[in-house]
Design a binder for this molecule. Structure first.
Ligand SMILES: Nc1nc2c(c(=O)[nH]1)N[C@H]1C(S)=C(S)[C@@H](COP(=O)(O)O)O[C@H]1N2
Ligand SMILES: [Mo]
Length: 450
């Protein structure tokens, strides 16, 4: 194996994983992965990952080693420069990866989600439109609650702070498209890996308390949320994003109208002075720069509610097909997900290392995490992680585990969580849909010992 071959296999995995796969695993046709890891393939694979692969015998045919399937956007055009683009933004960690400039979207690589509470500097950013102007006087920020209510409310942030009970919860905010990059063929939109999520401490008042103060009419069915951010085109008649939730979700005690994040005034980029924080559901329901909550007598039909937006297929689709509008339903709870936050993918450990301490996080939308399991042998055997307690509902579970290694070489640490209804993360993203929602395959982290 010459160095040139090693490099080209690595390049091939970066640029055309399907073909690289065929080179390593032998002949295969279409998506029917019938190849097997032959001697030459194993040598090529070992050279590409930088070491022998002790559990190669268990390696599923067609698997792209996670050392080679790095966090670079999977659907990047072939001409795009290799490697992630890092964020340059005041107050933000330079390790965040830019998924889009206009609108600005940046995700947090899994290994930067290693804090119990995600620091604001490491928290992902997702905008759909322009970033609005910053308010000169935050407490004078106004929003309205109208529609199917007895009394229309016009509240300033100052009123909100004075009139209602303050709540602080640590809760996960997760983009509906988190995990999108794991779909084949790719779903349309930002190619999130697992980093469109974070768990911060949010302070505000219960959305339910404000809705009760307005007096929700029996005709109320759904909320519609609006923010101040102008449409990307600058066209003032166009909505940037306006999503909502059914009344029973809106009336849950943990949904907040929030003005603080991690004990500090809510930063402008995260929707300050005031935003919604609707935990467990796609982040798009958590309107930033909140201007209006419209209580509706029907399912909201604002920007992002219709077509294939934030919708999942009811009946399985042929991956890559267009589908019929009638085959979609609004995405509600986010699916169960777990990540390894330490070690980072691609970590190199000293020769002779025989035990690794792992840390991570797991969460499950509206549900709770029942268990987190780990495998170092491509899923042949599993052991369970210890879950730390949550602070409150919608908090994530931090987890820890130790695994023993039989030798030096290339290993993949696989992690999968199971939710409180017994649903486990799949090996690959399932239930394909055009915009790639709900992709939650197991997280795989490559480590090289020696
Ligand atoms: N007004 C407004 N609110 C918004 C958005 C937006 O583009 N405009 N994006 C939504 C989406 S899709 C997500 S995932 C979260 C991201 O919040 P963050 O940028 O604070 O991480 O905000 C939501 N709220
Ligand atoms: Mo999102």
């Amino acid at each position: 194996m010459t160095r040139k071959t090693e490099r080209s296999l690595q390049e091939l995995y970066g640029q055309d994983p399907e073909r690289a796969d065929a080179v390593v695993f032998g002949r295969r046709t279409g998506v029917d992965r019938r190849g097997f890891l032959n001697g030459a393939g194993l040598a090529a694979m070992g050279a590409a990952v930088g070491g022998s692969i002790p559990f190669a015998g268990n390696m599923p045919a067609g698997l792209i080693p996670s050392a080679l399937a790095q966090t670079a956007p999977a659907a990047a055009p072939a001409a795009a420069p290799a490697g992630p683009k890092h964020l340059e933004f005041p107050g933000k960690d330079k390790g965040l990866v830019v998924l889009g400039d206009r609108p600005l979207v940046a995700e947090t690589p899994e290994h930067l989600l290693d804090d119990d509470t995600t620091p604001t500097g490491k928290f992902f950013i997702r905008n759909n439109g322009q970033i609005p102007e910053q308010a000169a006087q935050p407490d004078a920020w106004k929003f309205v609650v109208d529609g199917e209510v007895n009394t229309k409310l016009e509240l300033t942030l100052g009123d909100l702070k004075q009139r209602f009970a303050h709540k602080t919860y640590r809760m996960v905010l997760e983009c509906g498209g988190n995990g999108r990059s794991f779909f084949t063929p790719p779903g349309r939109g930002n190619q999130w890996t697992n980093g469109g999520a974070g768990c911060a401490e949010w302070t505000g008042v219960a959305l339910a308390d404000v809705l009760k103060a307005a007096g929700v009419k029996p005709s109320a069915k759904y909320t519609g949320h609006y923010g101040a951010d102008p449409h990307l085109s600058g066209d003032a008649t166009k909505e940037t994003l306006s999503r909502g939730v059914p009344m029973d979700k809106a009336m849950e005690p943990h949904g907040l109208i929030a003005w603080a994040m991690n004990g500090q005034p809510l930063p402008h980029i995260h929707g300050g002075p005031v935003r919604l924080m609707i935990p467990g559901w796609p982040g798009s329901t958590s309107s930033k720069w909140l201007t209006r909550i419209w209580v509706r007598d029907r399912e909201h039909d604002g920007q992002g509610m219709l077509g294939a937006s934030y919708r999942l297929a009811i009946v399985p689709m042929v991956p890559g097909s267009k589908g019929d509008d009638k085959n979609f339903r609004v995405m509600e709870s986010m699916p169960v997900r777990s990540i390894v936050t330490n070690p980072a993918n691609g970590t190199r450990l000293a020769a002779g290392t025989r035990e690794i301490a792992l840390r991570g996080a797991a969460w499950a939308g509206d549900l709770t995490v029942q268990r987190v399991d780990l495998s170092i042998d491509y899923g042949a055997t599993w052991s369970s992680a210890s879950l730390a307690a949550t602070k409150n509902r919608y908090d994530w579970n931090r987890w820890t585990a130790r695994v023993k290694l039989p030798s030096d070489g290339y290993f993949e640490l696989w992690v999968r969580a199971t939710d409180s209804q017994g649903r486990m993360q799949p090996h690959v993203a399932g239930n394909w849909n055009p915009q790639g929602y709900g992709g939650n395959p197991m997280h795989r982290v490559a480590v090289l010992v020696g």
